[in-house]
Design a protein around this ligand. Structure first.
Ligand code: SF4
Length: 300
C-alpha cells in the first residue's frame, strides 16, 4: 500500500510540474545539490576546490538544507563535492545523508563521485567520473583508472553511470573509451559527456567553440552507431550552438558558504562557455525536444 501511495504522490507532483514546466514554460525548483566538502583524495587538472581549505558542512547544516529544499519544492537531490565519500560529521556519512533524504521524501537521490572509494551510498544513481582509458584518464585525474574500473565492476546492486569531461587532453580518448565500454561490458547505464567548463577562467583545457562543435559532431555519429551515450541529440546540438538560456532556475546547489542558482560557477564568461550537458538536457526537455524528453528516462 505504501508503494501505491508513493507512486500516486510522485505522479501528482510530476503531473503538476510537467504542466508548469512544459506547458506554462515556468522554471520551478526541482533539482537540489549539496556539496558538503571541498576535500578530495585526488588532485585533478582544472579543479581548485581542494585547495580552498574551507570547513566541511556539519550534519545539522546538511539536514537543515535538505528540509529547507524540500519545503521549497525541490524533489530531486544530488550530493557532490569535493569527493562526497570523504565527508563525515557526528558519526554520519554520505550514506546516512542519502537515507535521510529518502525519509524526507525526495524522489530521486544521486551521488557524484570520483569512484576511488567504493559505491556504498544507497543512491538511485551514482555518477562516476571517467575521462578516457588509462593514459587519457591520467592526463586529467591521475593514475587511478584501474581503481575506478574495479570499483564499478564490483558495485553489486548499484545503478551507475559515467561522466566523461571532454577537454583538450581527453577529447582524443572518447572513441577508444566507448569501444572499451561496449567490448568489456562495463556495467553502467551509459556515459554522459560534459565539456570542460572554465570555472577559473579560460585555461589550457578549454576547447574553442569550433573544436567543441567538431567533438559534438563525432558524438552524434557515435549515437547513430549505437554507443551507450546518455546525452540526447538535442542536448548536444544546443551545446554546439550555444543557443540555450542559462543559468537555469530549475536547479540550485548549496555548499558551506551558501546557496547558488544552477551551479557555483555562475558568471558571464563561465555560463557562455558552460559545458554542463545536464543543463542543456533540461533546457531541451522544456523545449519539448523528443530526444531530450525520452533520454531522461535512462538516468532520472
Ligand atoms: S556555468 Fe553552466 S551550470 Fe554553471 S550557472 Fe552557468 S549555465 Fe549554469
Amino acid at each position: 500500500m505504501a508503494g501505491a501511495a508513493d507512486f500516486v504522490r510522485r505522479l501528482g507532483f510530476y503531473a503538476s510540474y510537467a504542466w508548469s514546466f512544459l506547458v506554462l514554460q515556468q522554471q520551478r525548483p526541482l533539482i537540489y545539490g549539496i556539496a558538503p566538502t571541498d576535500r578530495c583524495n585526488l588532485r585533478c587538472r582544472g579543479c581548485e576546490l581542494p585547495a580552498r581549505d574551507r570547513p566541511d558542512m556539519t550534519w545539522p547544516q546538511m539536514v537543515s538544507l535538505m528540509k529547507s529544499a524540500y519545503r521549497r519544492g525541490f524533489r530531486d537531490l544530488y550530493f557532490t563535492g569535493g569527493e562526497p565519500m570523504l565527508w563525515q560529521d557526528a558519526g554520519r556519512t554520505i550514506s546516512d545523508a542519502v537515507t535521510t533524504a529518502r525519509d524526507l521524501g525526495f524522489f530521486h537521490i544521486h551521488v557524484y563521485t570520483n569512484g576511488t572509494m567504493g559505491l556504498d551510498p544507497p543512491a538511485d544513481l551514482t555518477w562516476v567520473s571517467m575521462d578516457g582509458l588509462r593514459d587519457t584518464f591520467a592526463a586529467r585525474r591521475g593514475d587511478h583508472f584501474e581503481t575506478v574500473e574495479t570499483t564499478i565492476r564490483s558495485a553489486r546492486g548499484r545503478r551507475v553511470a559515467v561522466i566523461y569531461v571532454i577537454d583538450r587532453f581527453t577529447a582524443v580518448g572518447v572513441e577508444p573509451f566507448l569501444r572499451w565500454m561496449v567490448e568489456t561490458r562495463l556495467p553502467v547505464t551509459g556515459v554522459m559527456f560534459y565539456f570542460h567548463t572554465p570555472y577559473y577562467g579560460v585555461d589550457e583545457l578549454h576547447l574553442t567553440r569550433e573544436e567543441r562543435r567538431t567533438e559534438i559532431g563525432r558524438l552524434l555519429r557515435y549515437i547513430s552507431h549505437g554507443f551507450p551515450i546518455l546525452n540526447s541529440r538535442a542536448g548536444l546540438r544546443a551545446l554546439a550552438s550555444g543557443d540555450w538560456p542559462r543559468p537555469t532556475a530549475v536547479s540550485s546547489i548549496a555548499d558551506v558558504d551558501g546557496e547558488y542558482v544552477c551551479c557555483r560557477a555562475a558568471g558571464e564568461e563561465t555560463c557562455r562557455e558552460c559545458g554542463y550537458a545536464a543543463c542543456t538536457e533540461i533546457v531541451e526537455a522544456q523545449r519539448l525536444r523528443p530526444s531530450a524528453l525520452l533520454g531522461m528516462r535512462r538516468y532520472w
